[in-house]
Ligand binder design. Structure first.
Ligand code: SF4
Length: 388
């Protein structure tokens, strides 16, 4: 059987250097190829004209640049764009572009000022095994991990779409907050982050690459010995009994252990950097003044900022969750601010196209049967309701 060709997309520079060393080539070939792939957006090895014809011929026999196909983007009226990125196994994950509010996707400017950020939210797994109660992705079940090429490919494709529309800024920020738990796909995510920050590739600063985790404690500690990218933790509750319900992973890694791991990670960041605590506000569930007070108490002495995310409804929600009223959200935020906790309120973007936080679904061939169980439960409940 013919050996599968190596996919050069998503290979960190060191790995690419080893790849060339193995075929008797100098390491600078890695730099040349990276420039072609990421700056030149080239996928055809024959187009790499500063590489000799004979080497190109050999390369084509053993390697290729396979980029995940993107479906046509769905665009919301607030400028957010959502794509389906197709995996090599016939499934699809979602990738979301969030240009700064007021910035148009076609690269136009608002009020004469160029827009500043193009944030891309990328997926790391097909579905998610963790099944947080407020998240549509978890309800799809889980199939497996994305490869580093499938992760980096989302940024490559989105960058090309922006370039095609004349947006010269390209992708300025990347958040691993799409489908999946990044730290359960550890090495491919690390490799992808490496490529995102490499000057020969995307050249995005470590502060602008954010890995988000539901709190996989051992992997947070491991992460600290490999990188110092920005870290976000999906906290969502200030007490274990509540977090056990919202983030079931909490039963394995309770809040105190997660915060200890955060302290460990913070040691590797400069004094001026902090960890973001994500907190989805759900009406009547975790949005009381007592919750805010407990949260402030919990975070005392830890360099964090809290990112409040008003709950985004999704069709598979069976808990009857609702977004709190603006007054309740304001009261919660004010309580935190008064307690000295740096707190931001994330504006809801992209919800009309199912692209807001917690709404991503994709196409997942569920291996966990979770989706089947949810649907069966729903059928029973509908049948019970229809009995006269
Ligand atoms: S919030 Fe994140 S970790 Fe939780 S189910 Fe959704 S994708 Fe998975």
């Amino acid at each position: 059987m013919a050996e599968e060709k190596a996919n050069l997309l998503g290979m960190p520079r060191a790995a690419l250097g080893s790849f060339f060393a193995k075929i008797g080539e100098k390491p600078y070939r890695a730099d040349q190829v990276m420039r072609w792939i990421y700056r030149g957006k080239v996928t055809d090895i024959d187009a790499m004209t500063n590489i000799s014809r004979s080497l190109r011929g050999h390369l084509k026999e053993i390697a290729e640049i396979r980029v995940p196909a993107f479906s046509a983007g769905t665009r919301s009226s607030d400028g957010v764009v959502k794509w389906l990125a197709h995996t090599e196994h016939g499934q699809a994950v979602e990738t979301v572009l969030i240009p700064d509010a007021g910035a148009a996707y076609d690269g136009a400017t608002e009020g004469g000022a160029p827009h500043r950020r193009n944030t891309l939210c990328i997926s790391s797994q097909v579905g998610c095994a963790l099944d947080c109660s407020f998240c549509a992705t978890g309800k799809q079940g889980f199939n497996g991990n994305l490869t580093r090429a499938e992760i980096v490919g989302q940024v490559w494709q989105a960058g090309r779409e922006l370039a095609d529309r004349g947006d010269e800024r390209g992708i300025t920020n990347v958040v691993f907050m799409g489908m999946g738990e990044p730290l359960l796909n550890f090495q491919p995510v690390l490799d992808a982050a490496d490529v995102l920050m490499d000057d020969l590739a995307f050249g995005i600063s470590k502060r602008r690459v954010t890995i988000s985790t539901a709190g996989v404690v051992p992997r947070i500690r491991d992460l600290a010995s490999h990188t110092d990218v920005s870290l976000a933790v999906s906290l969502h509750a200030p007490r274990d009994e509540l977090r056990n319900v919202l983030v079931p992973l909490n039963r394995k890694y309770p809040i105190a252990e997660v915060l200890d791991a955060c302290r460990h990670y913070l040691r590797g960041l400069g004094e001026r950097r902090s960890i973001t605590m994500e907190y989805t506000l759900i009406d009547g569930v975790n949005d009381s003044v007592v919750d805010a007070r407990d949260l402030a108490h919990l975070l005392t002495g830890l360099r964090t900022k809290v990112n409040l995310i008003p709950f985004n409804p999704f069709p598979e929600d069976r808990n009857g969750y609702r977004r709190p009223s603006p007054a309740r959200i304001d009261r919660f935020q004010t309580s935190l601010l008064n307690a000295g906790v740096a707190t931001m309120l994330r504006t809801t973007r992209g919800d009309e196209i199912g692209a807001a936080c917690g709404q991503l679904t994709g196409t997942v061939h569920d291996r966990t049967q979770r989706r089947t169980r949810y649907l069966a439960r729903e059928r029973v409940s509908l049948e019970t309701r229809s009995v006269p």
